[in-house]
Design a protein around this ligand. Structure first.
Ligand code: ADP
Length: 906
């Protein structure tokens, strides 16, 4: 549907772009037409009107030119790519052209202090990634050997937009997971941008020939990705390439692997409900600048593995923790710092105004003030903090600050078109123009007094307005004294307005000088902005150093206030925490501190304890203490020894997660599978229930074989909370597996029946249906294990689960694999009567077929009570008929709820 006129122009521009929406300037408005108008109106609550054009009528929605930015931001933040066509004058009238395509990864107008990455990923032998933040000029490249590595790198940067290379577009693997697991917009950018020759050329143009070698970027894929990102930034017209000065490379292996599930489970920057309040970041963020806050979020999401780096950070935090006065002064100084990385980008894109450049100057001087403060404080002067502040070129920073100070007036106006921006003494030409301009103005200012005296009149004034220009106004009572050279321009009710040849001459002079002055100021200002843009690298390094000091000082302030301690970092595989607390929970609860000890002989802890006793909290606390230690922070404990990890993996299969539809058994098994494949001996694994989404026997079998596999093959530090008491047998038999138990005294705080039923009320139907379907189709009824196999759980684990399951069904002995007693295996037997495993030779629960007398006493009592009520009797009958071991828990919960309701009705 194309028409003529404005609408026709709109559609033909739209056809030429691959953007989702087009905003086209028509005079004072940006207009959207057709479907675009409807989409925009829907998203932004705008009114749609009708535009008639050449016999047809089109929906139309518009926003005032000056208001475009917030609308644009809102659309782009919802994932749209919006083309903006500006109107310009031509000889015959107007024409319009697309100046920019604003996309989630190239949005400069963000108000969010978080980083905003645009990523490109491509693949030859390995994966190559490039990630750029247009708002700060950061540019990273990385390589990864496999899909999981590439995803982990992507999750770490949480990009707003991802450009997949042509080799990744066929529906499989990576792209699908990016779509499923991240909020990133996926944009299929021109395949040529990824072509190796072209990409290498671009990267070299941007960062210099040495950059490619210096970061070890022989890997073609990463260069191709970097080239594509640069091309995209250029093509979308963000105009910030000048601020991208440094190529940073992330050697695979220097960070701690954290997958998306783990980030979410540990609630690093947002809670499981998606709120920022209550996250780790929200709790520990005591930075005073937005750049500091952004860096902290980055650190928390990218813990490090290098002991050197971490101990340097720790030493700075320790020094700041001790020097309380200096720390608070330092934080006060930093409080005045603006976001230099962002300002560098704004200078490069030409959107920085005079006030922005003023705050560049002010912030550059903060560096000097902070450095002075540090060098004057004995405890800080010798600390790594001094090195952080020495990293940027302080002299260059001071010089640029002085230049800007000298060039700009102290409090410039918000606009650069009306003059008053450049200080006197900066430019001789300007000074001369200003002097003449001001002299002319002074002449005009003195004119009234001079004329009053000369003519002997009192009601005479000189003024200026838009229509009349300068004029002399004389009150009616005195117009007879007006001399001949006065030329009347206007009569008012009580006065007459005149001009004179001399005044007209001065007026022309004032206007000429004014125009010249504004023009000169604008030129000088643009020069200045240009100069700042060329110093983007300096601004970035100063901004980065100040942000780092801010984060370190924030850590110190937080540690002191909350009695946190400096953890000892070791290379051994251990984790020893004395009187540890959960960093977030301790803020809102009277927290009971607890200890934790894991080492080579105690690698795997099976955590049991009643519901709500604190198992999850305890395990997450272990993960968070490790994570905080590996960003350089102090930790919530009396003392801690943390063996550095290469990855933290978590999975939460707790019943409430399942019941609330936040997880399905398939997802649970995929997550387990990912951990079993990815974790190494140096990782920390947290398993909060495994196998709970399926029938009991299946669940036990899977949990059992996964435990054996982790303990015997992966050999990583693992905390595994389970309600399968059977698994504690493994703790007794496997040398590195130990049982720990969360003891509760006083109120157990277990959920009320009401709580339980309301949970099952939320249970999603698909879960149950899904499980039923699978079960009906499965011949051996072990659908849980089928799902595990489908989800990619390693074959030995699946096989072993089947084996364990068979034995459970037959109530046969299950030997513990990898046990070091009794020549490698021990017999453990599951006793259906007591519902427990017993060891070989244990007399207390017989080995012969149990079940004939489960617990006669209890059953009898209940039957007697219930017999009074016929409804209760049927409920009991149904209860007796349920095969607990073969019914998924969510289904059980629904049944229990139904029974409760029926009993309540009676
Ligand atoms: P579980 O995993 O055993 O069901 P959770 O870890 O979810 O239990 O904890 C249950 C409740 O107890 C939560 O509200 C948590 O905040 C609180 N809690 C856990 N550990 C502690 C502790 N050490 N001191 C005080 N409160 C705790």
């Amino acid at each position: 549907m194309t028409g003529e006129g404005i609408v026709g122009e709109f559609f033909s521009l739209k056809e030429g772009t691959d953007a989702d929406l087009l905003a086209m300037q028509c005079g004072d408005f940006y207009e959207f037409f057709g479907e675009d108008a409807e989409t925009v109106a829907d998203e932004l609550d705008l009114k749609v009107s009708e535009k008639s054009s050449h016999g047809s009528s089109y929906p139309m929605a518009g926003v005032p030119v000056d208001d475009l930015t917030p609308y644009l931001r809102a659309l782009v933040e919802r994932g749209y790519r919006v083309a903006v066509a500006d109107q310009y004058e031509t000889e015959g009238g107007h024409a319009r052209e697309i100046e920019r395509i604003v996309t989630p990864g190239t949005l400069l107008e963000t108000t969010d202090a978080d980083s905003q990455y645009l990523a490109a990923v491509c693949r030859d032998e390995a994966y190559g990634l490039a990630l750029a933040d247009v708002t700060t000029g950061r540019f990273h490249v990385a390589t990864a050997a496999d899909t999981d590595g590439a995803l982990s790198e992507l999750y770490r940067f949480a990009p707003a937009e991802v450009l997949p290379g042509p080799d990744l577009r066929a529906g499989e693997g990576l792209l699908e997971r990016v779509r499923e697991r991240t909020d990133a917009t996926v944009t299929l950018h021109a395949a040529e941008a990824f072509a190796p020759g072209r990409a290498r050329h671009r990267v070299r143009d941007q960062f210099g020939a040495e950059a490619i070698e210096s970061v070890g970027l022989e890997a073609d894929a990463a260069v191709r990705a970097a080239g594509a990102v640069l091309a995209y930034i250029e093509e979308t017209g963000a105009g910030v390439l000048a601020s991208m000065t440094r190529l940073q490379s992330h050697a695979a292996g220097e960070g701690v692997a954290l997958d998306a599930t783990t980030r979410r489970n540990l609630e690093l920057v947002e809670t499981m409900r998606g709120e920022s309040e209550g996250s780790l970041y929200d709790t520990v963020d005591h930075t005073v600048t937005s750049a500091g806050g952004r860096l902290l979020a980055e650190w928390l999401q990218r813990p490090r593995r290098s002991r050197g780096v971490l101990e340097t950070r720790q030493a700075a935090v320790a020094a700041l923790a001790e020097a309380a006065m200096a720390r608070e002064n330092l934080r006060e100084v930093l409080d005045g710092a603006a976001d230099l990385e962002r300002l560098a980008s704004r200078a490069a894109s030409g959107s920085a105004d005079a006030r922005a450049l003023r705050s560049v100057a002010g912030t550059l001087s903060v560096l000097g003030e902070a450095a002075d403060l540090v060098s004057e404080t004995e405890r800080l002067a010798g600390s790594p903090l001094a090195e952080v502040l020495d990293r940027p070129d302080r002299e260059a920073a001071a010089a640029l600050a002085a230049d800007l100070d000298a060039a700009l007036v102290a409090e410039p106006p918000g606009t650069v078109t009306q003059g008053g921006v450049i200080a006197r003494g900066h430019d001789a030409d300007l000074d001369e123009v200003v002097e003449r301009h001001e002299a002319a103005l002074e002449w005009v200012d003195g004119l009234a007094d001079r004329e009053k005296q000369r003519l002997g009149v009192t009601h005479l004034s000189v003024d200026r307005n838009k229509t009349d220009g300068y004029y002399i106004q004389v009150g009616n009572s005195e117009v007879d004294r007006v001399p001949e050279e006065y030329d009347r321009v206007k009569s008012l009710k009580n006065a007459e307005r005149y001009t004179t040849p001399e005044l007209e001459e001065k007026e022309r002079e004032v206007l000429r000088l004014e125009e010249r002055r504004y023009e000169l100021e604008r030129e000088l200002f643009e020069e200045l902005r240009e100069r700042v843009a060329t110093r983007a690298e300096l601004l970035q390094s100063v901004g980065r150093a100040l942000a780092e000091v801010d984060v370190l000082a924030g850590f110190a302030a937080y540690a002191v206030r909350n009695d946190w301690t400096r953890p000892e970092l070791v290379d051994d595989r251990e984790l020893e925490v004395e009187a540890g607390r959960h960093p977030v929970v301790e803020q809102t609860t009277d927290f009971v501190p607890n200890d934790l000890r894991m080492d080579d002989d105690r690698r795997f802890l099976v955590v049991t304890g009643p519901n709500m006793s604190g198992k999850s909290t305890y395990m997450r606390q272990a993960a968070l203490i490790t994570l905080l230690a590996q960003v350089g922070s102090f930790v919530p404990a009396r003392s801690a020894r943390v063996g550095l990890v290469d990855g933290i993996y978590t999975r939460v299969g707790a019943l409430d997660e399942l019941a609330q539809g936040r997880s399905t058994f398939m997802v649970e098994m995929q997550e387990l599978s990912n951990i079993l494949h990815s974790a190494t001996e140096d990782s920390l694994v947290i398993l909060d229930e495994v196998g709970r989404g399926t029938a009991t026997y299946d669940g036990i079998s899977i949990a059992w074989s996964a435990t054996e596999y982790i303990a015997n093959e992966v050999r990583c530090r693992t905390l595994f909370a389970t309600h399968y008491h059977e698994l504690t047998t493994l703790g007794e038999e496997l040398p590195t597996v130990e049982n720990v138990h969360v003891a509760v005294d006083g109120e157990p705080g277990s959920p009320s029946p009401g709580g339980t039923s309301s949970r099952s009320g939320d249970e999603p139907d698909e879960d149950v249906t899904f499980l039923r379907t699978v079960r009906d189709g499965a011949t051996d009824r072990s659908y849980g294990i089928h799902v595990a196999a489908l989800a990619g759980v390693p074959e030995p684990v699946v096989e072993r689960s089947r084996d364990v399951l068979d034995r459970l069904r037959e109530s046969e002995a299950v030997e513990v694999q990898g046990s070091d007693t009794g020549g490698g295996t021990t017999q453990a037997v599951f006793d259906l009567g007591s519902g427990q495993f017993v060891r070989d030779g244990d007399e207390s629960a017989g080995r012969e077929r149990p079940g004939s007398d489960g617990n006669p006493q209890a059953t009898t009592e209940r039957t007697v009570e219930a017999a009074i009520d016929p409804e209760a009797e049927t409920v009991l009958e149904e209860l007796g008929a349920v095969d607990v071991n073969e019914t998924p828990p969510v289904e059980l919960m629904a049944k229990v709820q139904e029974w409760q309701e029926r009993m309540d009705e009676n």
